[in-house]
Design a protein around this ligand. Structure first.
Ligand code: ZN
Length: 202
């Protein structure tokens, strides 16, 4: 058997019924994240990575610390949390459904190392989805600038995995982004594009 290229933790955000798509009743971000992660798992395994998911079944919904900590506990080379976005503010605001675009958050535990990988991940998502580029970002904890705001990134870094990322795959509140995310063929293409980036960096 060929040697594994390393363990990658994929974290499909939320549980099965987390965050309804406002453009289609009965479709949920938490389920869509799981489908996309499953496609990405298969792509990465075909490239020789050992892939674990924080949710083995769509019904699973572990806590944020448990999700992030898996990466350090298993000695993963990368932790990747899979999400789609929704704007803050009032859903009845006419601008609400117009906000769209992809962005990647990366852990502040190694900004220099993580930023170029995040840039490539955002590029791949923007290109594949045909959506707007919202860039790459960090978000620091208000009372401690040296750690991440997002629980999964913070706990991944604390457990020893500094290559921690969270991708927002467009907005499930926007008709165009949401239509893409509801199509399994589109999610499979997205997984392939992201696997190519991971293949380049790891
Ligand atoms: Zn989410």
């Amino acid at each position: 058997m060929e040697k594994s290229r390393g363990i990658i933790i994929l974290d499909p955000g939320h549980g099965q019924f987390g965050n309804p798509h406002t453009t289609r009743a009965g479709f949920y971000e938490g389920t869509q994240n799981f489908i996309l992660s499953s496609f990405l798992k298969a792509e990465l395994e075909s490239l020789g990575f050992d892939v674990r998911m924080t949710r083995n079944k769509v019904e699973d919904d572990p806590g944020l610390v448990e999700r992030g900590s898996m990466s350090g506990e298993l000695g993963a080379v990368m932790f990747l949390s899979i999400h789609s976005n929704a704007p803050g503010g009032n859903p009845s605001d006419e601008r609400y459904p117009k906000v769209r675009g992809a962005e990647t958050f990366y852990s502040v535990s190694d900004c220099e190392g993580n930023a170029p990988i995040a840039r490539d991940l955002t590029d791949a998502v923007v290109r594949t989805m045909g959506t707007e580029d919202r860039g790459i970002k960090t978000r620091r904890y208000p009372d401690n600038e040296s750690i991440d705001y997002y629980g999964v990134l913070r706990s991944a870094a604390a457990s020893g995995c500094k290559r921690a990322f969270l991708i927002e795959h467009g907005f499930h509140t926007n008709p165009e982004d949401s239509a893409f995310l509801q199509d399994s063929d589109c999610l499979a293409r997205l997984a392939k594009a992201e696997a190519e980036v991971i293949d380049k960096w790891f």
